[in-house]
Design a binder for this molecule. Structure first.
Ligand SMILES: N[C@@H](CCC(=O)N[C@@H](CS)C(=O)NCC(=O)O)C(=O)O
Length: 208
C-alpha cells in the first residue's frame, strides 16, 4: 500500500499510529507528499480530488481517504483487538471522541494557516474563535478524563483515544505557547500514557 505522507500532518500521524497499533505498519510505503491549502498538489489530485493527506492507495489501485475511513479499513486487516468497537454504546463513544479529535485538528490547521499570514492580513476574530474552540474542547476532555482514565486502566485503546491523543500531541508540536496542560491535570495524566505507547513514539511529528 502507498500512503501519501508528511511528517508534520496530524492526520497522517493518526493513520500511522493506527497502522502500528494493528501491526501492519510495515505493509505501508510512505511517500513524502507536499500539500498546502492554497496550492493543490497536481499529482495528489489524481488520487484524491481534495488534494489532502492522508490518502492511501491500495495495491489494486483502490484509493481510500480520509483518515477515519483509512483507519477503519486498516482495522479490517488484522484479528487482534479492534480500534473500532463493533457494539454500541462503545462504538458511539469511540466515534464521537474520534470526531472531537479530528475536529480539534481541523481547527488547529486553520489556526496555523491564519497565524502564518502576514500580521496585517490576520483576522483577529478568527484567531480568537479558534482559541475559544480549542479551550472548550480541552475543558470537555478534562470532564471526560475520568472515563478516559478508566478505559486506560482497563487496557482499552480505540480510535477515539488514538485520535484525541494525536490532537493533544499536535498542540504540543505547533502550539506549545498555548500551554494546554494548564487547568487540565487529569487529561494531562491520561495523555502521558497515550504518548508513551510504542505506536506514538514510533511516529513522532517532525519538520522535514
Ligand atoms: N478530514 C481529513 C482532514 C485531512 C487534512 O486536513 N489534511 C491536511 C494535512 S494535515 C491537508 O491535506 N491539507 C491540505 C489542504 O487542505 O489542501 C482527514 O481526516 O484525513
Amino acid at each position: 500500500m502507498k500512503l501519501h505522507w508528511s511528517p508534520r500532518s496530524p492526520f497522517v500521524r493518526k493513520v500511522m499510529i493506527a497502522a502500528h497499533e494493528v501491526g501492519i505498519a510495515d505493509r505501508i510505503d510512505c511517500v513524502r507528499t507536499l500539500v498546502a491549502a492554497a496550492t493543490p498538489n497536481e499529482e495528489l489530485l489524481r488520487d484524491n480530488p481534495l488534494s489532502k493527506l492522508p490518502t492511501l492507495v491500495l495495491d489494486d489501485g483502490t484509493v481510500i481517504y480520509d483518515s477515519p475511513v483509512i483507519c477503519e479499513y486498516l482495522d479490517t486487516l488484522h484479528d487482534g483487538p479492534k480500534l473500532f468497537p463493533a457494539a454500541f454504546p462503545e462504538r458511539l463513544t469511540a466515534l464521537r471522541r474520534q470526531a472531537l479529535g479530528d475536529g480539534m485538528m481541523d481547527v488547529l490547521l486553520l489556526w496555523l494557516v491564519e497565524r502564518n499570514r502576514p500580521e496585517a492580513s490576520q483576522s483577529q476574530p478568527m484567531l480568537s474563535a479558534y482559541r475559544v474552540k480549542i479551550r472548550a474542547c480541552l475543558d470537555a476532555l478534562e470532564a471526560d478524563a475520568g472515563a478516559l482514565a478508566a478505559d486506560a486502566a482497563a487496557g482499552r485503546f480505540d480510535i477515539g483515544h488514538l485520535t484525541i491523543g494525536c490532537a493533544l500531541s499536535y498542540l504540543d508540536f505547533r502550539f506549545p505557547a498555548e500551554s494546554w496542560r494548564d487547568g487540565h491535570p487529569r487529561l494531562t495524566a491520561w495523555h502521558a500514557g497515550v504518548a508513551a505507547r510504542p505506536s506514538a513514539l514510533a511516529n513522532e511529528a517532525h519538520e522535514g
